[in-house]
Design a protein around this ligand. Structure first.
Ligand code: ADP
Length: 272
């Protein structure tokens, strides 16, 4: 049985194609842009192409993320909190807390042994501590966000970034550069500030170990290192943390396709 999950996030759209027993057949990630429906269509086609399968074989499509309701070809849409929980649970069944940092929001999610959501918290509407915050800081330093990790690991001293407002933090970074503070120290300071803010959010939950991390920002090993140092634990992160929501959506699509199939088999069996 083949299913697909599509996560239409504020920054990127992700599609995952799963085969029997939840095997990952293919996936794709693209910037969301201004047309959710078109991007979802393109990303799904790319994921199907990477999986080398046709769309005809896909039995259920579940969408998630902020743009989930705008996709007419989906069978169901489910919140990203439920989908991230299911995606992370599929990789790390032992995880009880998830820190999900995406383009515009940070979430703490508490889950049970079945991957069901027990409680969750979200950042307020501002971009502080999210992927967008890191994107703006990288831009202020004239760097790509993908390079923040490598640069921060070269830091030799501690710099404190005192402002978490994206606009004020950006000018703080610009003035640190002007004072000649080495870039690796500034980047490390940025990661420490984002880690502290994420932990404040997690503390609003009665969070339990083990803790997993999902979302595109989990690709940033410099931030992960700051979080692990402050939490005094190793975070559970899959090889593809950015597609955890889409993966969870595809797993939930498998579950509902299975339920539909067994209902139709039951109806056939009851027919005189
Ligand atoms: P959303 O689901 O909200 O659209 P994502 O989970 O796709 O967001 O995360 C997007 C963010 O992930 C970007 O803003 C960027 O900061 C970060 N990101 C993605 N890939 C990387 C990477 N390789 N290194 C560092 N940061 C990354």
């Amino acid at each position: 049985m083949m299913t697909a999950g599509i996560d239409i996030g504020s920054a990127t759209t992700k599609a995952v194609v799963l085969g029997d027993e939840g095997i990952l057949l293919g996936y794709a990630v693209k910037p969301t842009g201004g047309n959710n429906r078109k991007t979802a269509e393109t990303v799904l086609e790319e994921a199907l192409g990477n999986a080398r399968v046709g769309r005809d074989g896909v039995q259920q499509i579940v969408t998630t993320g902020y743009g989930r309701e705008n996709i007419p070809f989906a069978n169901r849409h489910i919140t990203e909190i439920t989908c991230h929980a299911m995606g992370v649970h599929s990789f790390f069944p032992e995880a009880r807390t998830i820190l999900d940092i995406g383009g515009q929001d940070t979430k703490g999610i508490q889950i049970d042994a079945e991957g069901k959501v027990l409680d969750f918290v979200m950042n307020d509407k501002c971009a502080a501590g999210t992927g967008r915050f890191l994107d703006v800081m990288a831009h202020a330093l004239g760097m790509k966000v993908e390079d923040l990790a490598t640069v921060s690991l070269q830091a030799t001293s501690q710099i404190k970034i005192s402002s978490m407002c994206t606009v004020f933090a950006e000018s703080e970074v610009v003035s640190l550069v002007a004072k000649g503070v080495p870039t690796p120290d500034i980047v490390r300071g940025i990661h420490q500030a984002v880690a502290e803010r994420s932990i404040i959010l997690l503390k609003k939950l009665r969070f339990a170990q083990p803790i997993a991390m999902s979302g595109g920002v989990a690709n940033n090993k410099g931030l992960v290192s700051s979080l692990e140092e402050k939490l005094e634990t190793t975070l559970k992160i899959s090889e593809h943390p950015q597609i955890m929501g889409a993966f969870g959506a595809a797993v939930l699509a498998q579950k509902s396709a299975r339920t539909l199939r067994s209902k139709s088999q039951q109806r056939d069996a009851e027919r005189p």
